[in-house]
Ligand binder design. Structure first.
Ligand code: UDX
Length: 440
């Protein structure tokens, strides 16, 4: 099938590459000349495991092109995927849907045949219905229809999540739209991917509800971590014990610095804001608490670090391992790791940051922090080491030899991932969040 993809950010670029990999002919459009140039040359504007290889392979087949011309992308395509961002509006919790609106208008203006416009962006519930109404008013000579097909991809696992998704959701208003989406994803459906068809509003809600649930699960265990700290209990053991219950499950139950990134924080805020607009704010009031617990974890990490170095950061050197909001990503949007690093810096610490992939992005956001190319350089003579993003590289640090790098062998493991016994046997004092006192 001939597909257009509007927007080549994280979601759009991955979607375009994966659709071409599945055998479709894809032209992807973006207004950003630099992005189009990079992607056309086979290199990625972001770090995503496996992406560059797949991009190179599909470009070589000739099935994928990138363009700055909406006409070129849309012309001749029967399905148009809208993959633009919906950031948080400045000064508000609501989502900014202006890029969705302009992508939609660009498709309508450029369409030269009948087609299905498929929204993949995360939008306030009701957006698809509004666009459908606008489409009915638009005087296009072609039969254009709206569908919604939310994207659930995780950064770091984006290719796998697109090619082997947990489920596909088709929000449609006609059999034709459903049939078209089934055709697009034919090979995934044949491989057994669960797929559900719904109305437009339900499909929009699936995405925000999933993110709200995940955020709530993380904040739940972080709330338990706060209680553990008060009674000297261990949240890691608590989480493990809870996770054995099939009804609860162990995934997304890791207590620590909490969630960040470009999706969960802004999506739960936008969901609450939308509920308010719809007169249903009571239903989602708990999400405000979820957000507060999450932000508190960052404050608690800073407070713990300050207390570990003796109550004052002035004159203290703190190494921060990790800047990305999670491992296997170079994304620093709302990164808990960087927030903690910046807060300690503001309080007078000499903060030395390392990250395997995110230093360039981190430096743009917080240019006054010091950045180092290796974990060892960042930790040299540190009074405290803070593990803030659980990259594999940090999990395989050998504590006995690493001890000679730092000035004081003290480590705050804000992700609760290191083997405490192993580290304390090597002479380190280890602190966590929600784990009672230090091991020594
Ligand atoms: C998320 C959703 O998972 C995805 O379905 C959606 O499409 C976009 O938002 P992503 O932002 O890539 O994906 O990251 P995810 O893997 O969900 O992690 C989110 C955050 O939660 C990270 O900061 C991570 O460190 C944190 N997290 C995750 C925890 O603090 N504890 C956990 O147990 C799991």
């Amino acid at each position: 099938m001939k597909l257009s993809v509007i927007g080549t950010g994280y979601l759009g670029a991955v979607h375009a590459v994966c659709m071409a990999h599945l055998g479709h002919e894809v032209v992807a459009y973006d207004t950003d000349a630099a992005k189009i140039a990079m992607l056309s040359a086979g290199s990625s504007p972001f770090y995503e495991p496996g992406f560059d290889e797949l991009l190179g392979a599909v470009l070589a087949t000739g099935r994928l092109r990138f363009t700055q011309s909406a006409d070129e992308a849309v012309s001749g395509a029967s399905v148009h995927f809208v993959c633009v961002g919906t950031p948080q509006l400045a000064g508000s919790d609501a989502a900014d849907v202006r890029y969705v609106d302009s992508a939609f208008k660009a498709v309508v203006a450029s369409a030269d045949c009948d087609g299905l416009i498929v929204g993949k962006s995360t939008v306030p519930v009701g957006t698809a219905q509004r666009l459908a109404a606008e489409l009915a008013e638009a005087s296009s000579p072609h039969a254009l229809e709206i569908a919604w097909n939310p994207e659930f991809l995780r950064e770091g696992k984006a290719i796998e999540d697109t090619l082997r998704p947990d489920r596909l959701v088709f929000g449609v208003t006609s059999e034709h739209a459903e049939k078209t989406l089934r055709q697009v994803y034919g090979s995934l459906i044949d491989a057994g991917t669960p797929h559900l068809t719904s109305d437009l509003a339900t499909s929009e809600l699936v995405k925000v509800a999933a993110n709200a649930f995940l955020a709530t699960k993380i904040s739940f265990i972080n709330a338990m971590a706060e209680v553990c700290d008060v009674v000297d209990a261990d949240v890691v053991l608590l989480s493990r014990a809870l996770g054995y219950d099939d009804r609860i499950g162990s995934r997304f139950l890791n207590a620590g610095l909490g969630f960040g990134g470009g999706c969960l924080p802004k999506d739960i805020r936008a969901f609450s804001a939308r509920a308010g607009e719809l007169g249903a704010s009571d239903a989602l009031r708990f999400l405000h608490e979820v957000d507060k617990i999450n932000v508190r974890q960052r404050e608690k990490a800073v407070a713990a670090a300050r207390s570990i170095v003796g109550g004052d950061f002035l004159g203290k050197s703190v190494a921060v391992l990790g800047a990305a909001f999670k491992p296997n990503s170079d994304d620093v949007r709302d990164s808990p790791a960087l927030n903690v690093a910046a807060a300690m810096h503001l309080m007078g610490a000499d903060v030395r940051v390392h990250d395997p992939k995110a230093i360039a992005n981190a430096r743009k956001r917080f240019p006054t922090l010091s950045y180092f190319d290796t974990a060892e350089d960042a930790c040299r003579n540190a009074d405290l080491t803070v593990l803030a993003t659980e990259w594999d590289e940090y999990l395989s640090i050998e504590p006995a030899s690493f001890r000679s790098v730092v000035r004081v062998p003290r480590l705050l493991d804000t992700r609760n991932v290191l083997d405490r016994q192993y580290w304390s046997d090597a002479g380190w004092q280890l602190f966590g969040l929600g784990r009672g006192g230090p091991t020594a």
